[in-house]
Design a protein around this ligand. Structure first.
Ligand code: HEM
Length: 210
């Protein structure tokens, strides 16, 4: 079951990439296919980051192992979307013209914020294996708390871009804020208690009466 679930998650994360590529190939991605890919990959990366962060609260609530076994996979997908997003920027926006990079960074400082987030995501992806876990010991957990910094940076990156219309951004920010609140110890304890209550059948109720 867990194996099937893992494969299903893999295919679900891969599907948008195939869908957007298909749109580009069919000339159905609008007048700027490069920008179409860039924006979709950016939002896809943010959604994957939020999904990755929702796995721990979901595990606490449902006590289902399936949520925790896909954490690394979703984290790696988040990083991959981020790297592809950067590749689209370099290829389609900058046109691989490295001499224009400096001017573009001063014109669009939000790119530096996105780059900082991506550096964190890449660092977390590289250290997400058992070997790094063993090598880093207690420091591993502290390092991986930087995922919250990455989320805050991505939200800032996005906010800077969409300043004029915050409708979509507010939804992501609310989801991110809620996920961060659920990590606070009292909320985490309450979730675990609720999870235990849901999964333990109460005495004297339903079929236990027989
Ligand atoms: C070096 C790293 C990065 C660069 C160079 C970069 C660059 C860009 C650029 C040029 C845009 C389009 C702005 C516009 O003209 O409308 C953009 C949008 C965006 N980026 Fe990034 N970004 C980076 C990292 C990230 C990361 C790591 C994420 C998320 C995981 C992310 C999420 C987004 C989002 C959500 C948008 C807005 C998409 C939309 O308006 O629909 N970016 N980024």
């Amino acid at each position: 079951m867990i194996r099937v679930w893992r494969v299903a998650v893999f295919l679900a994360a891969l599907a948008p990439l195939l869908w957007w590529s298909w749109h580009v190939a069919m000339a159905a991605a609008g007048p700027e296919p490069g920008r179409y890919l860039l924006l979709n990959l950016g939002q896809g990366g943010l959604i994957l980051l939020l999904l990755t962060l929702s796995l721990t609260p979901l595990t606490r609530l449902t006590r289902w192992k399936g949520f925790s076994v896909i954490r690394r996979q979703l984290g790696l997908w988040t990083c991959s979307y981020g790297v592809l997003h950067l590749s689209c920027y370099l290829l389609f926006i900058l046109g691989l013209d490295w001499s224009a990079l400096g001017a573009d960074l001063s014109r669009r400082p939000y790119i530096i914020v996105g780059a900082l987030a991506l550096i964190i995501l890449i660092t977390l992806a590289i250290t997400s294996n058992r070997f790094a876990m063993k090598r880093l010991g207690r420091r591993w957990k502290s390092l991986h708390r930087f995922v919250y910094v990455a989320l805050a940076l991505v939200l800032l990156h996005f906010l800077w871009i969409v300043r004029a219309d915050l409708t979509q951004w507010s939804g992501y920010a609310l989801a991110g804020g809620a996920l961060m609140l659920l990590r606070l110890p009292p909320a985490a304890r309450a979730l675990s208690r609720l999870g235990r209550r849901i999964s333990t059948p109460r005495k004297g109720s339903g079929h236990l009466e027989s």
